[in-house]
Design a protein around this ligand. Sequence first.
Ligand SMILES: [Zn+2]
Length: 279
Amino acid sequence: MIKIKCRNCGKEFSIYKYRLNMSKDICCSRKCGAELTTRRNGGTPINVDKIKNSNNFYYLMGLISTDGYIHVGLPKIKHNRKKLSIKRYIRISLARKDKDILYKIKDVIGGNVKDYPNRKTGLNSIGCTVWETSQNDFIDHILKTTNIQYNNKTFNLNVTEWFNGLSPIQKLYYIRGVFDGDGGITIHKNKTLNSIGWNTSIITASLDFINMLINYFKSCNIYTRYKEINKKYHYCYWTKKQFSVEMLDHIYGNISNDDLYINRKYEKYKIIKDNYVKT
Ligand SMILES: [Zn+2]
């Protein structure tokens, strides 16, 4: 045995001499090994103990539930080793206009961000930006403590049981993530009246999920309407200016500096607030 320093954390530890020749990047633990790989790829390691109880964690869960994807592959035997390896990762893809939030998630929580200027997203060729992590302890924590489905089909998303067990503040952050993911704010100008109008909505493919959202807004005394589109999509919406503003105040009204949110939607909220006259 000889003593060497961990390439990631710098701690001194003992290993068998023959292992030195196997890899230059020898670390004291699996965790340090994963962190080093993340850094080498330009990412920031996620400190699970630090973030798992933070409000931003719940925001991220909301964004993952709507615009994210948790991939858990089939077990494979890797390089003749007896141990099974399972490829897992979490990915959030957004149009490039909203890439600020993904870089902010990388700064505040960790993970890796890649920008694809020319990749098609839906109908538009406006490119997309992807946030990603394959950090096992983080994925484990999410799979154990939430019930966001992996390899998810959006139409059967159902997290009601987990959501109902959250504190009011955790629920709020989760809902902000959901609205940033699947929510929409449309502002239209009325030239003759020289004023603006607006609509807000959330669209999802899961009936369980929309029911959970509607019940949530109801419990916050926010009047919310529901309709089904093409027997495929579920839609909750706020057409009256007052109800829209109440909903947006609830979601964006109390944001502090360290909070995660999509700037583009927050700016629309501010325009609406500046133009709203209570009647
Ligand atoms: Zn280490």
